[in-house]
Design a protein around this ligand. Structure first.
Ligand SMILES: CC(C)(COP(=O)(O)OP(=O)(O)OC[C@H]1O[C@@H](n2cnc3c(N)ncnc32)[C@H](O)[C@@H]1OP(=O)(O)O)[C@@H](O)C(=O)NCCC(=O)NCCS
Length: 292
């Protein structure tokens, strides 16, 4: 099978030395992976790892290492018990792993040396099923790209495709998640389905300036991450409201949160607008057009 031409900037998907992985306990295995979303992006069979298996501890340690380096500076490193209790026992981790013998030098330098590992994870996307049928929570996403100072060493789309793979593999209909206003991750999270703002401010989170979003998963939106085409479906059905979110000002988040609580929504964000703006810039808040 040939790589979908849309993904030419992510040609690392092709060789088979970097393959998707699924780190899941066998009882949680997904029935009919990939059956819901029609997609030809993932050319190679995933590598399966069982997080409860002692022989896979090194794989988990690699995951911890990347996660700790990526989130440590923001004080959001995942405690080990959170990974165990809230992630790999109820849900699963997906991502991409590289054959250890083929690891590029730049990556080898930032990873821990663990002789004997055959596959080394380069990214992680943790996803957990919720009590609502079809809805999952995206709990964590990070990649080795964020640890590589020189962009020429990056694997383009590693973060975007790690989440895409997890959503595709688990036949996810609806995905809820969290990110901090102004985070680079918003450029990824807004491209899996129209991004509804479920919560604009979360003082019970460790970072109050957290966006809680929900998306009905639609692979036609995924394509726009690569093509950067304006989404005509979004423009036809949603219009800018008079509200904005300014990542530097909590008041804009609290005001919108009050509106959500008064059921004045639903409110959405535009993926094209997030893609074209700088991280700290204000974002317009959209609402569905009234179609008479
Ligand atoms: C955010 C993160 C997951 C993105 O993954 P990635 O593998 O670097 O990104 P991808 O290659 O999939 O996508 C690249 C696109 O993401 C956006 N992006 C990634 N890092 C960015 C940054 N530092 N600033 C601005 N945009 C950024 C850009 O749109 C970029 O595309 P472009 O270069 O064509 O503009 C990764 O940087 C990371 O692990 N960060 C630390 C942990 C974190 O913040 N996780 C998100 C928690 S919600």
């Amino acid at each position: 099978m040939k790589l979908n031409p849309l993904l030419q900037k992510s040609s690392w998907l092709e060789s088979g030395d970097i393959r998707p992985y699924v780190f899941v306990r066998p009882e949680n295995s997904i029935a009919n992976p990939g059956a819901r979303h029609n997609l030809d992006w993932f050319l190679h069979e995933p590598i399966y790892k069982n997080p409860l298996d002692l022989s896979e501890v090194d794989f988990a340690e690699h995951i911890y290492w990347i996660e700790g380096k990526a989130f440590g500076p923001a004080g959001m490193e995942m405690p080990r018990w959170v990974f165990y209790d809230c992630a790999v026992v109820p849900g699963f981790v997906a991502g991409f792993a590289c054959r250890a013998s083929k690891l590029p030098e730049a990556m080898r330098k930032v990873l821990q040396d663990r002789p004997g590992s055959e596959w080394v994870p380069l990214s992680l996307f943790i996803i957990i099923p919720t009590m609502r049928r079809g809805e999952w929570v995206a709990h964590n996403l990070c990649t080795i790209n964020s640890l590589l100072p020189d962009k020429k060493d990056h694997l383009y789309g590693l973060g975007f495709l790690s989440k895409a793979f997890g959503l595709w593999y688990a036949n996810v209909e609806q995905c809820t998640g969290f990110t901090q206003w102004g985070s680079p991750a918003m450029k990824l999270h807004s491209h899996y389905g129209y991004m509804e703002i479920l919560g604009a401010y979360a003082p019970i989170h460790s970072h109050a300036k957290t966006l809680t979003y929900r998306a009905n998963i639609s692979t036609t939106v995924w394509e726009k991450f690569f093509t950067r085409e304006e989404d005509m479906g979004f423009l036809e059905n949603y219009e800018a409201s008079e509200f904005i979110i300014d990542p530097a000002h909590e008041k804009s988040m609290i005001d919108l949160q009050h509106r959500i609580e008064r059921h004045e929504g639903p409110f959405f964000l535009s993926a094209s607008e997030i893609a074209e703006k700088k991280l700290g810039e204000s974002l317009r808040v959209y609402r569905p057009k009234k179609l008479f």
